[in-house]
Design a protein around this ligand. Structure first.
Ligand code: SF4
Length: 333
């Protein structure tokens, strides 16, 4: 097995096998072969999009200690970062999404913690939808849902969702892997595009675990896949495991691109960075309000990027940015 053969195999339209992905993932991130893989992923992403990257923008409707206790999340009750619940008012939420629209975000994401009342989420969403241009792509980032609820999400005007089976779901997270998968099926059954990701990657994850997750995301034929590293929340138990470098994350983003069928146009990374953009990421996120990777209540005052800063990062690594409603989600509709 060698990297040139695997790149050729991918160029011929064949999906890489688990062993082949493991081979690439086991390479040191700074090996010449890893740079070859990043260059090829970049080439594929640019070919599929006409060199037009996208920036999506997310707001959180609430901030609350969450009993699901995912070890990597700043909302987890056991991490003790946030103690009280805060919810955006309708006016605040509408102001945020209107600003995103004005900034030119290609899609607007509405996030809640898993415990946010579903009825309230629908109510807020209806109002948000009414205040946006009908062509603005609206995406939900919410907890696991039944098929009936997934249909309601679609009815209130969402085009898709972000939903991921996280690495070591069920042991590092307090959620059931089977429920995560079932929700993804429910969203797709309801006609919602599903964007997903290999996340949150830490130094302890083996090449085999990453390969399995890349193949799982590929099996969904998602709106996009990609890779995101874990951001250590200071003082938490999981922070002791450390974090991977941006270069390793870029390598995983690139290998994820090679592991996806060409029907998947989007390839995301988080947090936004030029190494990711160089390695084939064509989707970054801007964020406001609460953020599960931040200890600031308003991530715009902390780790959160803006639409403008995400675009600047893309330009730094040779990308143009697409103007208009997201093609990644629309392609799946
Ligand atoms: S990731 Fe979601 S479900 Fe897990 S603790 Fe954070 S808010 Fe709760």
């Amino acid at each position: 097995m060698n990297t040139h053969d695997l790149i050729r195999k991918s160029q011929e339209g064949n999906q890489l096998s688990r062993d082949e992905l493991v081979y690439l993932l086991s390479m040191p991130p700074d090996a010449p072969e890893s740079y070859l893989v990043m260059a090829e992923a970049n080439r594929i992403s640019k070919e599929l999009t006409g060199n037009m990257a996208e920036v999506h923008a997310q707001l959180a409707l609430n901030l609350a200690p969450c009993p699901s206790n995912c070890a990597f999340c700043s909302f987890a009750q056991k991490n003790g970062i946030f103690t009280g619940e805060g919810r955006l008012t309708m006016e605040e939420a509408v102001a945020y999404v209107r600003q995103f629209e004005k900034d030119g975000a290609n899609a607007v994401f509405v996030m809640t913690t898993a415990q946010y009342p579903f009825g309230l989420f629908l109510e807020m969403s209806q109002e948000i939808r009414k205040n946006l241009h009908p062509k603005t792509v609206l995406i939900a980032n919410i907890g696991d849902q039944s098929l009936a609820n997934a249909r309601k999400v679609k009815e209130v005007g969402y085009s898709g969702v972000y939903h991921a089976l996280r690495l070591r779901e069920g042991s590092d997270s307090g959620l059931s892997p089977e429920k995560r998968k079932e929700s993804i099926r429910n969203f797709q059954e309801a006609g919602l595009g599903v964007g997903t990701c290999v996340e949150p990657v830490g130094p302890e994850h083996t090449s085999e675990e990453l390969a399995d997750m890349i193949l799982f995301t590929a099996s969904l034929n998602p709106s996009y896949s990609g890779a995101a590293r874990r951001i250590p929340i200071p003082g938490t138990e999981i922070a002791k495991r450390g974090s991977i470098s941006e270069l390793r994350m870029a390598q995983v983003v690139a290998i994820t691109r090679l592991g996806m069928p060409r029907t998947v146009v989007g390839n995301c990374t988080h947090e936004p960075c030029t190494l990711g953009g160089l390695a084939g990421a064509n989707l970054f996120w801007a964020e406001v309000g609460a953020n599960p990777r931040d200890t600031e209540e308003k991530t715009e005052e902390g780790r959160g990027e803006t639409v403008e800063s995400c675009r600047a990062l893309f330009h730094e690594c040779g990308w143009n940015c697409y103007q208009g409603p997201s093609r990644y989600y629309n392609d799946k509709l």
